[in-house]
Design a protein around this ligand. Structure first.
Ligand code: NI
Length: 551
């Protein structure tokens, strides 16, 4: 058995380390994934005014700012029993939806694509053949002309000639796990560059209602402050225009690129490479009309999509047996002499990430979970999006539960959201038209309960986010967060059961132990956000190992 250590894993948010044990055939037999970044925002939140929770919690992460901002404010509203006006709720949803679109596109092109695209191999592409290739996956491909691909080739060649590959340096170029043709590589790389512009534009959509992004400012306890934006037709038009442009890129580049990738890696998909244990968790949300949400809630065990259980928040628990914490204190146990994590014994601690469990089980959350649960529960809105993709690629629903399939689910979700976000804007306009222009539910802070407990569960781009707040004497006394990556990157527990990352790694075959591209692929497919994942429960002596969330 050979141990391979990857530290740090790049093109993610935060500091992640992976250790895998491979047998003589290069197949991963065991995996330890470790969050290497200690945070402590919860400590900063203590003794603060609950109305400031959103602005402080938004600093948990530089990427997921809006998600934590909203999660924190919603948990405080829950504690005080405050409801917010409908227009405010829609505006919050619009900001979230724009963030989903931004996050997913940035993840695929800028954080994950080079696990599948060989930059050096793209240099041999024929621009005309590339243009032809693009037509195989969509009728009207995005910016598709051989002149365009020639220009991209020239740009790449200049990078190489100057000896500086810039963002493309340090890849495992030439690795046998790269399967795309030169033309396919060039096509996807051209979209990598286009997606840089996309990133800038879609951020503006969040900022229209958020004031700025990252770290929007407009969500307050009781509603939002974006009154002038909501009442200004030009601002609403700007938002719609940006989403329309985004939709164009998604329908003509992102989704077709995903069809290309699924076809190229169909063998791996069918073999279930990168599949975790098939336990999925969704809390659902985002009302579309009176009867339907964009996402359904539900719990799936072992890929049994026919028996989806209702989500029950009281089944969530957190353990820290194998995370670097002790009663009331942090406890970093350092490394072995050879630099590896102390993982050998079942009680060795190896991560800053806590171990959330649902009914005692490890769960996967995120776009894959949402697509599987919403589709299987018969959500009428998502059905055609999933069916069309599966038919075009000749794969089945279960095939999505794999490394490449996880990405496909993310792309399906992005195109789905893009389609329905226009309806949410029209819901807002309709609501305002009928003179319901309220964006804040008035309350007097001094008259609110002095002591209260609240929580919020939200679907955010990477999965299920939950914020828990306790207020004593109008000050935050305890704060806890379980982020999507906390679920997916959880360490093992006393029972040794693997979390989604670790389970997905086991069984993966490496072609070259010195270039563990296959490991990076699996981990990147989850879109890790380690800054978000690490959260302490309490620093004041609560018995962490037996902490149960009770609201
Ligand atoms: Ni994050």
């Amino acid at each position: 058995m050979k141990k391979i250590v990857i530290d740090p894993i790049t093109r993610i948010e935060g500091h992640l380390r992976a250790e895998v044990e491979v047998d003589e055939y290069g197949v991963v037999q065991e995996a330890y994934v470790s969050g290497q970044l200690f945070r402590g925002i919860e400590t900063i939140l203590q003794n603060r005014d609950p109305r400031d929770a959103g602005l402080l919690a938004g600093r948990i992460c530089g990427v997921c700012t809006n998600s934590h901002f909203r999660g924190a404010v919603s948990s405080v509203e829950d504690a005080y029993g405050l409801s917010i006006p409908k227009s405010a709720e829609i505006i919050r949803d619009l900001m979230s939806m724009a963030l989903f679109i931004q996050d997913h596109v940035v993840h695929f092109y800028h954080l994950h694509l080079l696990d599948f695209v060989d930059v050096v191999y793209a240099l041999g592409a024929d621009p005309k053949a590339t243009s032809k290739e693009a037509h195989k996956y969509v009728k009207h491909p995005f910016r598709n002309s051989h002149e365009h691909y020639e220009a991209v080739l020239e740009k790449l060649n200049n990078f190489v000639k100057s000896g500086r590959l810039g963002p493309f340096s340090n890849g495992y170029w030439g690795h046998s796990a790269y399967k795309l043709t030169s033309e396919q590589n060039l096509l996807l790389l051209s979209h990598y560059l286009e997606a840089l512009k996309f990133q800038t534009n879609i951020s503006k959509a969040i900022a229209i209602f958020g004031g700025k992004t990252p770290h929007p400012q407009s969500i307050v306890v009781g509603g939002v402050t974006s009154v002038a934006d909501m009442l200004n037709p030009q601002r609403l038009n700007d938002f719609i225009f940006i989403i329309k442009e985004a939709k164009d890129f998604i329908d003509r580049a992102y989704l077709p690129d995903m069809r290309l990738l699924v076809k190229a890696y169909k063998d791996e998909i069918k073999a279930g490479v990168g599949r975790a244990n098939g336990n999925f968790l969704c809390v659902g949300g985002y009302p579309f009309d009176e009867t339907t949400n964009l996402f359904e809630s539900g719990v799936v065990y072992g890929h049994d999509f026919k028996n989806i259980e209702e989500f029950d928040e009281y089944k969530i628990s957190e353990e820290v047996e194998r995370a670097w914490y002790e009663k009331g204190a942090v406890c970093y146990t350092d490394l072995n002499d050879d630099g590896t994590l102390k993982t050998a014994k079942s009680d060795d601690k190896y991560s800053w990430i806590k171990a959330p469990r649902y009914d005692g089980k490890t769960m996967e959350c995120g776009p894959l979970a949402r697509v599987l649960v919403s589709y299987s529960k018969g959500n009428r809105l998502i059905k055609s999006f999933v069916n069309e993709f599966l038919e075009a690629c000749e794969i089945e629903l279960l095939d999505l539960s794999s490394t490449v399939g996880r990405n496909a689910a993310r792309a399906i979700e992005t195109s789905y959201i893009c389609e329905y976000v226009f309806k949410l804007v029209s819901n807002l306009i309709q609501n305002v038209k009928y003179y319901d222009t309220q964006t804040w539910g008035a309350y007097k802070f001094a008259e609110l309960k002095a002591n209260a407990k609240g929580r919020a569960f939200l679907e955010v781009p990477r999965g299920v986010l939950s914020h828990f707040v306790e207020v004593e004497g109008q000050k935050i006394s305890n704060y806890s967060v379980i982020a999507p990556t906390t679920w997916n990157a959880t360490p093992k527990n006393y029972d040794g059961v693997r979390g989604a990352y670790e389970e997905a790694l086991v069984g993966v075959k490496l072609a070259d132990a010195k270039q563990p591209l296959e490991v990076l692929r699996v981990l990147h497919s989850f879109d890790p956000c380690i800054a978000c994942a690490v959260h302490i429960v309490d620093t004041k002596g609560r018995e962490l190992s037996s902490y149960k969330i009770k609201i």
